[in-house]
Design a protein around this ligand. Sequence first.
Ligand code: NAP
Length: 315
Amino acid sequence: MSDTEKNVEKKSNHENMIILGSGPAGLAAALYAARAECNPLVLTGTEPGGQAALTNMIENYPGFPEGVGGVELATLMQNHAEKFGARIEMDTVTSVDLSKRPFLVNTYDKTYTADTLIIATGASPVQLDVPGEKEYTGRGVSYCATCDGWFFRKKKIVVVGGGDSALEEAIFLTRFASEVTLIHRRDQFRAGAILQSRLKENKKIKVIFDAVVDEIVGESGVEKVRVHNVKSGDKSEIITEGVFIFIGQKPNTELYQGQLDLDEHGYVKVDNKMMTSVQGIFAAGEVADPIFRQVVTSAGMGAAAAMQAVKFTQN
Ligand code: NAP
């Protein structure tokens, strides 16, 4: 390929604004940027709709008093952004060069340059890091009740965690499973009061407090988990065909390490105008939010980041 051809190809991939990620933050940013006629391109990543789309029912997004399905909300947000001209590409970013503008964004198929970036790559589930976890992921170990719950109809399963996600998903999983054993490492839940009282009312859920999983054991699939009580040290085994793990999130910031300022937990640092440590790069949603991590706050951050990014492109 001649230099001229390369230049033509590069030029055709230049964008005014690229939004990395298509969860509530990315899609809200796309809507605001599109309405400001910034012609944003959204690169969805491997999970279109982000973690919200993996949630069965979202009950606290304003305007939906009966709740709204995660996939439904993500689809509505995408349609809304597209209606105003946002372009959504099913593609995953593999590397970035943020050392100079225009910024370089490589995906599996393409290379883009962009004057402005909005980083909304979200967060991913934390792993327990015990023997058997990796081995049985997809064969009994899961991090997504909406995706995998159906496979455990009339089966006994274990859920690990004590936050909102663990309780919410444990309750959801009782639709399928014959019995759900919830294992939490302390004697008090971190989850909110409403979920705790719903959990108590659910006859299919048994709770084991003060316990941690030491190992996930099986042959062709999961057969049991070995646990120990953190106070007494007593060891026991729980027969189960599935282990659902909901013990928190870690930000998806590997791509930006050494290029953007991250905090000690790996979250992208932003100023009060959603700007990262690099001029022209903004961040929104769970990738930059270790505290609130709600669909509504992520969408709000996305809108704010887009408004600032639009201003930046006009300067
Ligand atoms: P989280 O609130 O950080 O809770 C993580 C839970 O996992 C905690 O109970 C923690 O125990 C436990 N844990 C952490 N590491 C562990 C380990 N290595 N072994 C065993 N247990 C471990 O995470 P989340 O539940 O995913 O929630 C994330 C955010 O999303 C929160 O802000 C939450 O409010 C929000 N959210 C909201 C809703 C809703 O409003 N309906 C639904 C889902 C999530 P400790 O308690 O001992 O630390």
